[in-house]
Design a protein around this ligand. Structure first.
Ligand code: AMP
Length: 351
C-alpha cells in the first residue's frame, strides 16, 4: 500500500502551497489518522505528544475551515481559539499557524502572561481568526472586555494534562462556558488520567479518538542511564559529564526554580555556557534563553520540567535529570522536549 500524501486531503490551494513551501511532503501517522475526521467536522480526542506532528494536525483543519468559509469577524471576536499551558508553547503554536497560513490573509493574536496587555488589546480589537492563548491571561482580557469569545467556531486544547497539572482547570472550564456549544473541539493530551478523560467527554461531542503516544517511537532512539551520586557531588559529576564533547546540546532538568538558577550559576563559574529557564524569569528573558539555546549559542539549558514541557527543540543530544522527578510520567523520555533528529541520551543523577 502506498503511503498517503497531503493531496489526498484536498486542502484549499493556499494551504496546499504552504505545505510545499514548508517542506511537509508526507503526513505523519497522527496526521494520516486525525486529519480526515477533523476535515469532516468531527471533534477529536488525541493522545499524542510533541514531536508527532500534532500541531499541524490541529492547525491544518482549522485553517482549511477558514479558507473554505470566509469569516466575518466582529469587533473583538475570536473565530478559532487554541489554549496551551505555557507561554513558549503558545508562541510555538502561533509560529506553526503563521507558517501554514502564509498564503492566507488572516489575523492572529498570541495572548500570554508576563508581557504587557496593551499590544494584545490592539491585536484583539478588530477581531482575530486565530488566537493562541494561555488560559489565565485570556480570562483577564475577557474580564476587561477586550476580547469576545461568543463567536468561537473551533476550540483546541493542547497538552490538556499539563494544563490540569498547572492548575488551569477552573480557568479552562470558565473559558469553555463562554464559548458556544455549537462548535468543533479538539483536545490533545500526552496522558489520559481519569480526570482528563472525564473532562474531555464533557466538552467533546462524539469525538474521533486517536491514540498515538510516541512511547515506542521515541524511546527506541534513546539510551538511558541512571547514576547514583551523593548529593554534594552531583554538580561536579554534571561538569564531568558535560566535559564530553558529544554533549553538544543538553537540557538539565531540576525540580525547583532555585535549583535551576543554582545549577546554571555554578556551570557558569566552571566556564560552561548555560542558561536557566523557568517560570520566575521575565517572559522576554525566557524567550531569549530558549532562542539562544535553539540557535546553538547556549550549550546547556537548565530548566524546571514544567516550564520546558512540550518545547520542540531539534538535535538535543542529552537530557539530564539532575533530581529524581516526583512524577513517574515525567521520567518517560518521550515526555521530554522533542528530539527531531539524531540520538538522544538520557541520564538521571540520583542522590
Ligand atoms: P509537533 O509534534 O507539532 O511539535 O511537530 C514536531 C515537528 O515536526 C515540528 O518541527 C514540525 O514542523 C514538524 N512536522 C509536522 N508535520 C510534519 C510533516 N508532515 N512533515 C515533516 N515535518 C513535520
Amino acid at each position: 500500500m502506498t503511503s498517503p500524501t497531503f493531496e489526498t486531503f484536498g486542502f484549499a490551494e493556499p494551504l496546499a502551497r504552504a505545505l510545499t513551501q514548508v517542506g511537509y511532503t508526507t503526513p505523519t501517522p497522527i496526521q494520516v489518522q486525525a486529519l480526515p475526521p477533523q476535515l469532516e467536522g468531527r471533534d477529536l480526542l488525541g493522545l499524542a505528544e510533541t514531536g508527532s506532528g500534532k500541531t499541524a494536525t490541529f492547525v491544518l483543519p482549522l485553517l482549511q475551515a477558514i479558507a473554505a468559509n470566509p469569516v466575518e469577524l466582529g469587533w473583538k471576536q475570536v473565530h478559532t481559539l487554541i489554549l496551551a499551558p505555557t507561554r513558549e508553547l503558545a508562541v510555538q503554536i502561533d509560529l506553526e499557524v503563521a507558517s501554514l497560513a502564509r498564503n492566507m490573509n488572516i489575523r492572529r493574536a498570541v495572548i500570554l502572561g508576563g508581557v504587557s496587555k496593551g499590544p494584545q488589546i490592539n491585536a484583539l480589537k478588530r477581531g482575530v481568526h486565530v488566537c493562541v492563548a494561555t488560559p489565565g491571561r485570556l480570562l483577564d482580557h475577557v474580564n476587561m472586555r477586550s476580547c469576545d469569545l461568543s463567536g468561537v467556531h473551533t476550540l483546541v486544547l493542547d497538552e490538556a494534562d499539563r494544563m490540569f497539572d498547572m492548575g488551569f482547570i477552573r480557568d479552562i472550564k470558565k473559558i469553555v462556558s463562554l464559548i458556544p456549544m455549537k462548535r468543533r473541539t479538539a483536545l490533545f493530551s500526552a496522558t489520559m488520567p481519569p480526570e482528563i478523560r472525564k473532562f474531555a467527554y464533557e466538552i467533546l461531542q462524539d469525538p474521533f479518538r486517536v491514540d498515538l503516544s510516541t512511547k515506542t517511537m521515541v524511546v527506541d532512539r534513546i539510551d538511558q542511564k541512571v547514576m547514583v551520586v551523593r548529593s554534594a557531588e552531583k554538580q561536579s559529576r554534571l561538569h564531568t559529564i558535560l566535559a564530553d564533547p558529544a554533549c553538544e546540546r543538553v537540557i538539565v532538568f531540576t525540580r525547583t526554580k532555585r535549583g535551576a538558577d543554582r545549577v546554571a550559576e555554578r556551570l557558569g563559574m566552571a566556564g560552561i555556557n548555560s542558561a536557566a529557564f523557568h517560570g520566575n524569569k521575565a517572559q522576554n528573558a525566557r524567550q531569549r534563553a530558549l532562542n539562544d539555546f535553539m540557535a546553538g549559542h547556549t550549550r546547556v539549558l537548565v530548566a524546571t520540567d514544567i516550564a520546558a514541557r512540550g518545547i520542540d527543540v531539534n538535535n538535543i543530544t542529552h537530557v539530564i535529570n539532575f533530581d529524581m522527578p516526583l512524577d513517574p510520567e515525567t521520567l518517560r523520555p518521550s515526555r521530554r522536549p522533542h528530539c527531531a533528529q539524531g540520538h538522544q541520551r538520557h541520564r538521571d543523577l540520583v542522590v
